[in-house]
Design a protein around this ligand. Structure first.
Ligand code: NAD
Length: 483
């Protein structure tokens, strides 16, 4: 693997994301040789840490995520880390940061390459990007910026943020990360769709009855009640992860696999996304909140949550496209907190065909994204000892040793940032379209809240969300496959 020279600056270097995801992912990339002798990482945050303390934290993070660690290798890796106490709102601090970055660039021969990673609250992203530019923190080589989610709270705030970022960085240097796009089975959607005649040729409204995307979380809001209450499931999960998955399922075949080719196909699809009318929002969307139990709190009792909150911890809805291979096919989605188990999966349900047996089970393709990674096709066959049809699964599954080789989404996406591959990052035009859809639903919900018409379904914790989610299907023969 090519060694990429770079000085990486992580804003939010003492935070949870840096600790749990970024440091372990960087260590793996270091072991593979992608970053090796010519790299330095500056962790910044407000706390008065030392270089040595950050290195200890980095080592802890690697130990916590790896069963076996080569201690010499880890020591050498950690020696490339430097800490700079920095308040991102203080202009003078960027001067100190600039000096350190330049010094490390010289020491590690980083060729003036800079990677800025925004691992902190999004309200700071615009300020940081502006200061990076104004205080000339950029280097003479490449200058890339990685932005965590959420990118805005609605279209207006996303547009404002985008303006601030693009005033300092070119679109081709902006990596808007959605870690779902780094997941093994999400990256399997395109090869599965486009390399199998068996699948490619049935990918249309002629054969597909509906598509279902479920991102189920077992946990409640935990300590994030304050943030979550201003967001909700629609903004937190649908605007990004669910829409990215739906886009991969519904987009036309790209001309080639370049980043430009893939984004062009996505954009062509998204232009034809139907924004739901207020009547459709009423009919096709369900929002819900989890109730409490003997041992757990109801959402409205969670710390820092408004006791009259209308924020949804569950949402189910429908998306349709006018163009593309599955134009007209209903794509149902649901996501929420306190499901019976953590499970991310996609079900592609095929239409029934008339057959001389007079019976058949639903023929479908299931992609399990988490916690297991597999694809299975549910097919009909004959019963052995009596007349009739039985159903079986044809399964594509990884062995344990293959699973062990699957990189974490962050590792894969950080790799792509280093090698300058934007394929699995969100282009602004896609993000904008997602927000247009979300804003329209949110606006209708807001009106319902104001007129007292809001219907917020209550659901028991650790089951499958509210029963009202069964009411969004277009026909009585449709239902949630995963239950
Ligand atoms: P966190 O609260 O754990 O960390 C925030 C960091 O920002 C800390 O290092 C803190 O010291 C620093 N900080 C705060 N104010 C500052 C200031 N004025 N100047 C300098 N530093 C300051 O947050 P997190 O969980 O690490 O999340 C960071 C980002 O990553 C957020 O955008 C979040 O939505 C996103 N994200 C996090 C996760 C995760 O698993 N933690 C997953 C997906 C996305």
């Amino acid at each position: 693997m090519r060694n990429i020279p770079v000085v990486m600056i992580i804003f939010g270097g003492s935070g949870d994301l840096a600790h749990r995801k970024l440091y372990p992912a960087l260590f793996n990339l270091y072991q593979q040789g992608l970053i090796h002798d010519n790299f330095a990482v500056i962790g910044t945050a407000r706390r008065p840490w030392s270089h040595e303390y950050l290195r200890e934290k980095v080592s802890d993070a690697v130990h916590e995520t790896h069963d076996e660690v080569d201690e010499n290798s880890l020591k050498h890796f950690a020696s490339h880390f430097y800490y700079q106490s920095h308040d991102v709102t203080n202009v003078e601090h960027y001067e100190t940061l600039k000096k350190l970055a330049q010094e490390l660039d010289d020491r590690y021969c980083a060729h003036g390459n800079r990677l800025f990673y925004m691992a902190m609250a999004p309200r700071f992203f615009g300020t940081i990007a502006t200061h990076i530019n104004d205080q000339c923190l950029t280097g003479s080589g490449f200058n890339r910026i990685v932005l965590e989610k959420p990118f805005g709270h609605d279209l207006a705030s996303a547009e404002k943020l985008n303006k601030e970022i693009t005033a300092s960085f070119n679109e081709e240097d902006i990596f808007r990360i959605d870690h779902y796009l780094g997941k093994e089975m999400v990256q399997n959607i395109m090869p599965m769709r486009f390399t199998n005649p068996l699948i490619k040729n049935i990918w249309s409204a002629d054969y597909i009855k509906n598509i279902q995307v479920t991102l189920a979380e077992r946990l409640g809001v935990e300590a994030r009640g304050g943030y979550y209450d201003t967001s909700g499931a629609l903004r937190d999960m649908v605007q990004n992860h669910i829409f990215q998955i739906i886009t991969l399922l519904a987009m036309p075949e790209p001309k080639d696999l370049t980043s430009a080719g893939v984004h062009k196909a996505k954009q062509a699809l998204l232009e034809s996304m139907i924004i739901p009318s207020p009547e459709e929002v009423k009919k096709d969307f369900v929002r819900g909140q989890y109730l409490g139990s003997d041992t757990t709190l109801a959402y409205k009792q969670e710390p820092n949550v408004d006791e009259n909150s209308t924020t949804e911890t569950f949402v189910a809805g429908k998306v349709k496209f006018k163009e593309g291979p599955v134009a007209g096919v209903p794509i149902y989605f649901r996501t929420g907190k306190e499901f019976k188990e953590k499970k991310n999966r996609i079900d592609i349900v095929l239409k029934h065909i008339n057959n001389p047996y007079g019976q058949a089970y639903s023929n479908k393709i299931t992609i399990e994204i988490d916690p297991t990674s597999k694809i299975y096709i549910t097919i009909n066959g004959k019963k052995i000892d009596q007349p009739g049809i039985r159903r079986e699964n044809l399964t594509y599954e990884f062995s344990k040793s293959e699973m062990a080789k699957v990189p974490d989404g962050y590792e894969r996406l950080l790799h792509d940032v280093f090698v300058n591959d934007l394929t699995n990052f969100t282009h602004w035009s896609e993000l904008k379209r997602y927000w247009e859809f979300i804003d329209s639903v949110e606006a209708d919900w807001q009106k319902e809240n104001e007129t007292g018409d809001a219907k917020i379904a209550q659901y028991l914790p650790y089951r499958m969300g509210p029963k009202e989610a069964n009411d969004i299907f277009e026909t009585p023969t449709e239902h949630w496959i995963y239950e």
